[in-house]
Design a protein. Structure first.
Length: 151
């Protein structure tokens, strides 16, 4: 038992005193209700595990199989198509704020999209975006032509 003696010693995590260093990993136990909310059965399950000697019990709060599956499929097709996940993360982080700003600009201009062409800064960013897309398309096209010549 001396080989695992440290496992049974108390330790501190910041200000929290943990009775030992045994950790029970989060596992799927299907104890949430149909909408994914925590039930009394789930709480009792984890309380019983904590009483059983685990110093730290990690638990899951819900299960989102449909969401996880769809994100996994999207990630697969993004990788297959050569897209970087950075673009998706940026879209998720900034998307709502950009939509709000777009709506605000359209309300100010009475739903006229010309506001984006009359202001110098927005025109600059539109032209910059078009240039980046054009360079990417041309570069990819040249790469395909070079691959066709080699193969």
């Amino acid at each position: 038992m001396t080989a695992f003696q440290e496992l049974f010693r108390p330790c501190r995590i910041n200000r929290l005193e943990v009775g030992n260093r045994i950790v029970m990993a989060a596992i799927g136990n299907n104890l949430a209700d149909d909408e994914g909310y925590v039930t009394d059965r789930a709480i009792d399950y984890y309380v019983e595990r904590a009483r059983g000697g685990s110093g730290n019990v990690l638990c899951q709060v819900g299960s989102f199989i449909g969401g996880s599956l769809s994100i996994g499929i999207l990630g697969f097709f993004m990788r297959w198509s050569g897209f970087t996940p950075v673009a998706m993360v940026l879209g998720m982080v900034l998307g709502e704020r950009l939509e709000q700003s777009l709506r605000q600009a359209l309300m100010i201009s009475s739903n006229g999209v010309l506001i984006f062409l009359t202001k110098p800064i927005s025109l600059f960013f539109l032209l910059l975006t078009a240039a980046v897309v054009a360079v990417d398309v041309i570069t990819r096209k040249k790469g395909r032509i070079a691959d066709d010549k080699e193969g």
